[in-house]
Structure formats: structure tokens, C-alpha cells
Write a protein that binds this ligand. Structure first.
Ligand code: MCN
Ligand code: CUN
Length: 795
């Protein structure tokens, strides 16, 4: 008879446990960067460039210095004396901290003021006089490569043009042959517009250099505190043990808090120079205009098709607009990130991708916003291409996908671009989705409606995406390998503290990691406190992005708990006076195999570790684990959206959204569902309303929440969620990542639905956001509508 614990009751794997961090968040008791006030703290404000491209003739800061309360005014020239005017980026480029020679995008940092309060600093910024000589501006890749285009990066040697890279992957010859054999070739051109993570909390930091101890403590809104410490140690050559990075509660990250921004560097230098703590908190326009954006990629896609629906080959060419500095925060050796994860869920004989990256006069960024390093673009392009191909063949879009899916018995599967996928039930997910949305009935309803002049549409998006960078063989940042870690300390009363190298930004790690420990050790989840984000206390880890926490740090949590259980087993054998081989485990308890009633709880083992250990055993019950995943995890998703488009106005309403997600074993189904709903909302926002672009002068249009809209509960459609569980074969508890799936796969479902509704017009594409006027133009003018900048502004 078992006496093991009920796993759900103790908050283990699968429990819909309420998020413990919400105890403070919903009460307004979070501890965010702006809540932290240190004695004697000064404040930084940044002066930003009004022009997108201009030579700096001179900067006069004298009036700013005269304002009472101003402690320091920094310019690029002064940063240069400390060798800090430029900083390296994670993509082996350089980025200006404060401009010296030229400004290269609107909003670029030109000078900063450090003062007693932020208002004085702001006023003083306005007293700085900068003499600019305007230069011609580039806002899209076409302009960047025309003959005679102005050279943006004239600071660099060996950079004769605006091209950052030309890169390719796949089998060119095989793909060419596939196109020769094709019955039908389907083509489409798309632009995935610039989009912005816009977490509710903007970026900020407090640098606190203590001259007496030589210790530099930096509180900072970062998703990856250890990488920042490593970067400061390796690049600024400060001793690593004298640097402490603390990432306090984060008000969302969504990728925006991965890059290192000039403001952080300014605050650090200012603190060293003034010997006072220095705080920098960014305002909303500063965030939208200058920090890491997502996408801004163009696609020319082609598919070679057999008449019966089989895909024979895929050709993709992408042009990526990186802005003025190549600052992609991505750890792979692939120039265009994981773009070539496209088509991983389809069984395709040959594929070839070429990618070009260019400099433009826009803020740098490129791989931030719930993206897993350009997987968002990859899956959007993939699913838009798939729908166009099904239409070109006149085949049902669901059937077309089914015909081409990798089959359940075909794993592990090597994709046409070389990734190894390991598990999934793609057809089943699609079936669940079609059933839930009432596919056949909807098609009939759509036909009926059409006869009465109403435009209904249905969009499908199915995809498997690579989540969880590393492994360390293929992924590194500045040479540091992509593994992660966990450290577990079980106290004598059986309560415990767990620390990991990840950094939650709202994903719920404080709740879910405790559930993994509960699953492995039978300690109730509420007895485990989880702490992340302080480099002085947390074990080394690469942080949270690319939905890598569960695949990597989460796996480390399992592994460290198993180490603890192995030691506890020895303690149990000692307490039960039997040999270790005679001890069995059930959740929360060891017992004697031949006498199951004789047992000890995990808590009794913990007490023994401090009070009654066997001779020769090291006291205490704690350990750590570093986990290097053998592969990425490959969750699968099927999103289906139905819409009605008003032909009189171009306004479209979502009728129904069905999501079927397979992220393997779910640690906390409620947290997973929250991730999916949030992700779908971001997908809907990008597809329908989020507008940030540039005019011909390089003015950023939409760097405020009047234009760049965040959907509230009022606009957000309802979602119907379903699940399929295909455990990950190489993860200790079978989990796959989920944090980005719906943002990655969602947009194509919304756009496909609208395009399906207006298919009769012959329009192949309207670029996101599908604003009513764009849809209206497409319907009435019967042509594609591009969203590529520059936009025309009224005279
Ligand atoms: N989870 C689970 N079962 C699984 C997979 C995940 O219960 N099979 C839980 C995890 O325990 C975790 C959450 O779901 O609590 C997300 O896990 P995971 O997929 O591992 O993603 P990360 O924790 O690494 O989060 C990163 C991911 C990214 S890259 C972006 S961008 C994003 C996202 O998470 N930013 C977010 N979701 C966000 N959600 C919030 N609230 N705020 C952000 O800034
Ligand atoms: Cu690309 S955004 Mo998330 O990986 O932090």
C-alpha cells in the first residue's frame, strides 16, 4: 500500500497552482527599478538626436553645467577619453554609447546630464546646444543598397557599403532541381514590419560604485544578469568578483531587456566619476524610439509544388533592416538567427535560404520581442507562404498542411535546413483545432454569407519552433556557452531555497520551479522559495529569453533535485538501518522494500543531514547542477482564427480563435495558458493595430502609445485553448518551451483569416498591421498593400 503524497495536492507537476509572485504584484508590492532609492542617489537624463542622420559639428554643454543641481554632463568626447564612446554588440559590431562623429538614427544618445533630480537633468539637457549638419537618410533595405547610397558606418574600416552580411543556408542545387520539376510555382512577397516589445516597465538601472570597497553594484532591468557581469568583466576589464548585477522585479521583458543599452553604461561611468549612486530610468518615447525592436524583415518566398499538393522545394530570400548598428542579441553562428527553422514541421526535400542584412538610419535591434531569434519571422513567412500555395493549387488549406506534415513515426526528423526535430503529433493538433472551430460548418457558413455580400474568412497557422538555446555545441554568446544552472539548499526543517541562472520577468518561475522540486522530492511547493537575478547569489546562467528557461534552467532544477534525492536516500538508509539498495522511493518518502510501512519522509532525511548523518558523510543537504541540453525543444502549435471583414470600411472582427498547443509535459497548466493568451494578444495586436514606422526623413512615426496601440481587455478577442501532450524525449520531465509560441505562430493565423475573407479580390497580401484603411484599399483597388517605410506624410 502506497503512502506517497498526492502530487497535485502538494503543488507538483501538473498542479494549477496560483502564482506566488502575484501576492506582491497585485498588491502593488513589487520591487521594480524605480522603487529602489539609495542614499545620495543622482539621476541621469539623456539628450537624444532629433535627426536620423547628421554630422555633429559641435556640442556646447556650458549652459547645462551652469544649472544648479547639475553634477556632471557627459558627451561622446568625454566618454572617448575613457574608451567608452563605443561599445561592442552581441553580434560582434560596435555601437555608439554617446555619438561622437555622427548621429545615425532619430533618438540616438548624444549627451547626458547627471543631476540631483530627474527634472533638473531634463531641463539641463534642453540647455545643451548641438550643431548638426544633416545628411541623406536611409529607412529601408532598398535605399541602403542603391548605387551611391550614403555610407552610414563610415566609422568602420572595411565597410565600403551598407551591407552587413550576405548569408545562405540549405541546398541550392537540390532546390533548383525541385523548381525545375514543379507543376506549380507559388510566389509571395511580404514585409514583417518593425514591432516593439513595449513592456509596461521601461528600461533602467542604478549604478552604485563604492570607492572604499571597489565594488560596483548595478541594479538593472536585465533578462540576463550574468551575461552583463561577464560583459563588464571581459570588456571593461573590471574584476568579475567586484561586479554585482541585480535584476530586481521586472515589469515585463519580452526581449526588450536582453540588449545592453547606452543608458546603463552612462549610469556606470557617472557613478564611478561622482562616487554616488546614479539612476537612469527611460521614458516611454525613449523606449519606443531607441531600444531593441523586433522584425523589420522582407521576404521573397517561392514554393515548388506538385499538382497533388506535395511541396517539392522552398526558396526564401530575406532582407533584414538592422538599423544603424548590428546589435542582434542572438547566440547562434547563423547571421539571420534561426530564420531557417522555417518549414520544420513540413517534410520538404529541398530548401534554400539567402539572407542579407543592411544598415539603415533606424535604432538598432532586430532580435527582440518574443521571437526566439527570428523564429517569429520564420513562422509568419512560412504560414503565409503555405496559405498562398494552397490557394494557388486550389487545395483546402488544412488538407494541404496535412499532406505535407512530418508524420508522427518519422522522428527524429532532419529538416530541409538541417535542424533535428525530435517529437510531435502535428496531424492530431490540427484535427483538434479543426474540430474545435467547426471547420466544415464554417466553410459552409462562409459560402452562404458570401452570397449575401458578407466576407467571412478562416486562417490557420501551424508550426513547430525551436525553443531553449543552447546546446553549448552550437550556441554561445561572446564565446560563453549556452547552458544553465540551478542550486538547491534544503534546510533542516525541510524548507528550501532554490536559485537558478534564469531571470523571470513575469513568466512565473517563482511558482513553477517550486513545482518541479515538489515533483522530484515531494516537498510541498509552498515550502520552496525561488530566487533569481542576483549574480552574487545565483549560480551562473545565461538568463531568460528564447523560452529557454524551462528547457534549460528548468531541466537543471530537476537534475539538482535528483542529486539531493540521491543523498537523501543514503540518509534514509542510515535512519532505517538498512542498506541503500533496500530503500525504495515514492513521492516524499523512502521506505524499506521488504517492509513498506517502515519509512522516513524527505523532511526527516533533511533533519538527519544536519543532526544525524552517518559517519563519514558530509553534512548538509544542498547541491547544484549545470545543464547543457542535448537539443532545442520543439513545441508545436495550431492556431485557427475566423473573422468577418466589413467591405464598406475594411474593419475586421475576430469571430473565434482556437489554439492547440503541444509544449510537452506542462508544469503548471494555468501558467502555460496565461503564456498562450498573452502571446495571442500580442499576435492580434501586431496583426491589427501596432504601427511604428518611419517617414522619408527618418522620423520615427509611432513612438508613443497613441499610435503604437496596446490592446486592452476591451479590444482583445476571446480564446479557446486546447492541448496535446507529446513529451520532449530529452528533457528530464518531458517539458518543452511555451513562452513565445503564440506570439510566433499567432500573427499568420489572423492575417491568413483576413486574406481568406478578401480572397475573391485577387489580393495576395496586405502587410501588418492590417489597419482598416489598408484592408479597404485592398478590397476596393484590388491590389496588394505594402507597409514598407517610408510612409507618406501629409504636406
Ligand atoms: N511552463 C510550464 N510548462 C511547460 C513550459 C513552460 O509550466 N511545458 C511555464 C514555465 O515554468 C514558465 C512559463 O511557463 O513559468 C514560461 O516558460 P518558458 O517557455 O520556459 O519561457 P521562459 O520562462 O524562458 O520565458 C521567456 C519567454 C520569452 S523569450 C518572452 S520574450 C516572453 C515570454 O517568455 N516574455 C514575457 N513570456 C512572457 N510573459 C510575461 N508575463 N512577461 C514577459 O516579459
Ligand atoms: Cu526574442 S524575445 Mo524573448 O527571447 O526574451
Amino acid at each position: 500500500m502506497t503512502q506517497g503524497l498526492d502530487e497535485i495536492k502538494i503543488g507538483g507537476l501538473g498542479a494549477r497552482r496560483r502564482r506566488v509572485e502575484d501576492n506582491r504584484f497585485v498588491r502593488g508590492r513589487g520591487n521594480y527599478i524605480d522603487d529602489i532609492v539609495l542614499p545620495g542617489m543622482l539621476h541621469v537624463e539623456i539628450l537624444r538626436s532629433p535627426l536620423a542622420h547628421a554630422r555633429i559639428r559641435s556640442i556646447d554643454t556650458s549652459k547645462a553645467w551652469d544649472i544648479p543641481g547639475v553634477r556632471l554632463v557627459l558627451t561622446g568626447e568625454m566618454m572617448a577619453t575613457r574608451n567608452l564612446a563605443w561599445m561592442p554588440t552581441l553580434s560582434y559590431d560596435t555601437q555608439a554609447v554617446l555619438a561622437t562623429d555622427k548621429v545615425r538614427f532619430q533618438g540616438q544618445e548624444v549627451a547626458c546630464v547627471i543631476a540631483d533630480d530627474p527634472y533638473i537633468a531634463k531641463d539641463a539637457c534642453e540647455a545643451i546646444v548641438v550643431d548638426y549638419e544633416p545628411l541623406p537618410v536611409i529607412v529601408n533595405p532598398t535605399q541602403a543598397v542603391v548605387e551611391g547610397a550614403p555610407l552610414i558606418r563610415d566609422d568602420k574600416e572595411n565597410q565600403p557599403d551598407n551591407v552587413i552580411y550576405d548569408w545562405e543556408v540549405g541546398d541550392k542545387a537540390g532546390t533548383d532541381r525541385a523548381f525545375e520539376r514543379a507543376d506549380v510555382v507559388s510566389k509571395i512577397e511580404l514585409h514583417y514590419p518593425r514591432s516593439h516589445p513595449s513592456p509596461l516597465e521601461c528600461c533602467g538601472s542604478i549604478a552604485d560604485f563604492d570607492r572604499a570597497t571597489s565594488k560596483l553594484t548595478v541594479y538593472m532591468t536585465t533578462q540576463a544578469p550574468h551575461i552583463v557581469r561577464a560583459a563588464v568583466a571581459l570588456i571593461a576589464e573590471l574584476p568579475e568578483h567586484m561586479i554585482r548585477i541585480i535584476s530586481p522585479d521586472l515589469g515585463g521583458g519580452f526581449g526588450n531587456k536582453v540588449p545592453v543599452y547606452p543608458g546603463y553604461v552612462m549610469a556606470i561611468l557617472a557613478s564611478i566619476l561622482t562616487e554616488r549612486p546614479v539612476k537612469w530610468v527611460e521614458d516611454r518615447s525613449g523606449n519606443l524610439i531607441s531600444t531593441g525592436f523586433g522584425r523589420d524583415v522582407y521576404l521573397q518566398g517561392e514554393m515548388a509544388l506538385r499538382r497533388d499538393g506535395k511541396i517539392l522545394g522552398v526558396r526564401m530570400h530575406t532582407d533584414a533592416d538592422h538599423g544603424a548598428f548590428f546589435g542582434d542579441a542572438q547566440p547562434s553562428k547563423f547571421k539571420i538567427g534561426l530564420m531557417h527553422s522555417a518549414f520544420a514541421c513540413y517534410d520538404i526535400p529541398a530548401a534554400h535560404l539567402t539572407a542579407r542584412g543592411v544598415y539603415t538610419n533606424k535604432a538598432p535591434g532586430g532580435v527582440a520581442y518574443r521571437c526566439s531569434f527570428r523564429v517569429t519571422e520564420a513562422m509568419f513567412f512560412q504560414e503565409r507562404m503555405v496559405q498562398a500555395a494552397a490557394d494557388d493549387l486550389g487545395i483546402d488549406q488544412a488538407e494541404f498542411r496535412r499532406v505535407n506534415f512530418v508524420r508522427d513515426d518519422d522522428f527524429p526528423h532532419r529538416t530541409a535546413f538541417g535542424f533535428l526535430t525530435d517529437s510531435g503529433q502535428y496531424g492530431k493538433c490540427l484535427d483538434v483545432g479543426l474540430e474545435a472551430v467547426g471547420y466544415q460548418e464554417f466553410l459552409k457558413e462562409k459560402e452562404e454569407a458570401r452570397k449575401r455580400g458578407r466576407l467571412l474568412g478562416i486562417g490557420i497557422s501551424t508550426m513547430t519552433e525551436p525553443l531553449g538555446a543552447g546546446n553549448s555545441r552550437e550556441f554561445d554568446i561572446l564565446g560563453i556557452k549556452m547552458f544553465d544552472s540551478a542550486e538547491l539548499r534544503v534546510h533542516m526543517t525541510g524548507k528550501a531555497i532554490l536559485r537558478t541562472g534564469a531571470r523571470t520577468q513575469g513568466q512565473g518561475h517563482e511558482t513553477t520551479w517550486a513545482q518541479i522540486v515538489a515533483h522530484e522530492l515531494g516537498l510541498p511547493a509552498e515550502d520552496i522559495v525561488v530566487e533569481e537575478g542576483d549574480t552574487d547569489t545565483a549560480p551562473f546562467g545565461m538568463g531568460t529569453y528564447a523560452s529557454r528557461s524551462t528547457p534549460v534552467a528548468g531541466a537543471a532544477v530537476s537534475m539538482v533535485a535528483r542529486k539531493i534525492r540521491a543523498k537523501a536516500r543514503k540518509l534514509a538508509a542510515h535512519l532505517l538501518e538498512v542498506s541503500e539498495e533496500d530503500v525504495e522511493w515514492e513521492l516524499g518518502r523512502f521506505y524499506v522494500r521488504s517492509a513498506p510501512d517502515r519509512g522516513v519522509t524527505i523532511q526527516e532525511c533533511a533533519m538527519a543531514a544536519y543532526s544525524n548523518m552517518p559517519d563519514g558523510m558530509e553534512p548538509g543537504l544542498e547541491g547544484n547542477a549545470y545543464y547543457d541540453p542535448p537539443n532545442l525543444t520543439w513545441p508545436f502549435a495550431c492556431y485557427i482564427v475566423t473573422v468577418e471583414v466589413d467591405p464598406q470600411t475594411g474593419v475586421w472582427d475576430v469571430l473565434n480563435t482556437v489554439a492547440v498547443d503541444d509544449c510537452g509535459v506542462r508544469i503548471n497548466p494555468m501558467v502555460v495558458e496565461g503564456q498562450i493568451m498573452g502571446g495571442l494578444t500580442e499576435a492580434y495586436a501586431m496583426a491589427s493595430m501596432q504601427f511604428i514606422t518611419f517617414d522619408a526623413e527618418g522620423n520615427c512615426v509611432g513612438s508613443n502609445f497613441m499610435d503604437y496601440l496596446l490592446p486592452t481587455a476591451w479590444e482583445t478577442p476571446g480564446y479557446e485553448l486546447h492541448e496535446v501532450v507529446t513529451p520532449c524525449p530529452h528533457h528530464p520531465i518531458g517539458a518543452k518551451g511555451i513562452g513565445e509560441c503564440a506570439t510566433v505562430g499567432g500573427p499568420a493565423a489572423f492575417v491568413n483569416a483576413v486574406m481568406d475573407a478578401i480572397k475573391d479580390t485577387g489580393v495576395r497580401n496586405v502587410d501588418m498591421p492590417l489597419l482598416p484603411d489598408r484592408v479597404y484599399e485592398a478590397i476596393t483597388q484590388r491590389h496588394d498593400v505594402s507597409g514598407a517605410p517610408p510612409i507618406k506624410v501629409d504636406e
